[in-house]
Design a protein around this ligand. Structure first.
Ligand SMILES: [Zn+2]
Length: 374
């Protein structure tokens, strides 16, 4: 049987419509309203959970439930995030020579509008062409950027589907992200002692110098093929004539391997504590697990279904590992096997962000194919 065609023009129009709705992290309300309306028009029951109240967003996650019309199909779900990074307000998308870009003053927000419109277009074609399907869950999350807070606070009891697809990765359509790291966030607050820098420096303890010494001794950057570490924020001091009393660092470590992550985090903590001791300062180290690793293989049904759907479309499936976290980390941890699919967008989180119309169309086609093969 020939694969049903998606409607390219409608898809591009839909992409532009959603890109133009301002939806920065924690201000996703207008986007949520538009998506709820879209889902209702598609005969999909749409529910908003209470995640927004828990994390201080202007709305909750939107969960859609499309009842199945075919027996023996596996229930699945799709997810995409409603929020976007800055500069992401007043986006003015341009379509030229088969490529969609911003006007150069903002991001494009193909991350993750491409995911949202692919899901909507797949559902439209299902309905128009009366294609039999199993139960399909739809999840539009809030606050994915900067912490996966929507997924972490999701009311999972509403979302159907025993396994899922997060439509939210760069890489050509056909990319299937089956492995992602754990991340630990680190905060270190150094306390020294203030004193006049010219009159009585002997009485002071320089928190800045202790913190800087710790950072200088740390192994950072790429630690090994599976592990990375970074100190990205350093605050200290307010006058040159005062021995610096307080300094604060923020950083992170990630690894695909739990043991290696622990080793790296221990190393960072050790350097912080050692430097504090040498300078007779004190340090409080706070470690928080931001998200947990997952690793699926070609034998897992969620991966096998994506591979099968790609092959049906003549797309070459590539199973990949990533260094970044996504809502899939949270959903896997919460018991729903989930992979991330490449949506074909490029240069995400920059003003050079772009997506080819062809990739956008393939993304929607793949979502449809997964539903049909489930
Ligand atoms: Zn994203």
């Amino acid at each position: 049987m020939k694969e049903p065609e998606i409607n390219r023009n409608r898809l591009v129009e839909d992409f532009i419509r959603l890109v133009k709705i301002d939806s920065l992290t924690r201000s996703e309300r207008l986007m949520a309203l538009a998506l709820r309306k879209d889902l209702q028009e598609l005969g999909v029951e749409a529910i908003e959970d209470d995640a927004g109240q828990k994390i201080g967003s202007s709305c909750g996650n939107i969960i859609g439930v499309l009842a199945g019309t075919k027996k023996n199909a596996r229930p699945i779900f799709f997810a995409a995030h409603m929020d976007r990074v800055t500069p992401g307000e007043g986006i003015n998308p341009q379509v030229k020579d088969g490529m969609i870009t911003s006007d150069g003053t903002t991001i494009l927000a193909a991350d993750d509008v491409a995911g949202m419109v692919s899901i909507l277009e797949a559902l439209r074609v299902l309905r128009e062409q009366k294609i039999p399907h199993g139960e399909v869950g739809v999840l539009f999350t809030i606050s994915e950027e900067g912490g996966l807070h929507g997924a972490k606070n999701l009311d999972l009891s509403i979302l159907p589907g025993e396994m899922g697809y997060v439509l939210d990765s760069g890489g050509e359509v056909g990319t299937i992200v089956v492995q992602a790291p754990s991340q630990v966030s680190l905060r270190a607050a150094f306390h020294g002692k203030a004193a006049h820098a010219g009159v009585n420096p002997e009485a002071g303890i320089n928190a800045l110098q202790a913190a800087a010494t710790a950072v200088a001794r740390m192994k950072l950057g790429r630690i090994d093929p599976e592990t990375t570490a970074n100190i990205g924020i350093f605050w200290a001091g307010n006058a040159t004539n005062i021995i610096c009393e307080e300094a604060e660092l923020k950083g992170e470590a990630r690894s695909l391997d739990a043991g290696k992550l622990e080793k790296q985090v221990d190393h960072m903590r050790e350097q912080l504590e050692k430097a504090a001791e040498e300078f007779k300062a004190t340090v409080e180290v706070t470690l928080t697990e931001s998200y947990t690793t997952y690793h699926l293989t070609a034998d897992d049904p969620v991966v096998a279904l994506a591979v099968q759907a790609c092959e049906k479309l003549g797309l070459a499936p590539t199973l990949q590992s990533t260094g970044g976290g996504s809502d899939a980390n949270v959903l896997n941890k919460r018991g729903r096997p989930t992979v991330v699919l490449g949506m074909g967008y490029e240069n995400a989180h920059s003003k050079e962000e772009r997506i080819a119309v062809d990739q956008l169309a393939k993304g929607a086609q793949l979502a449809l194919s997964i539903i049909m093969e489930a």
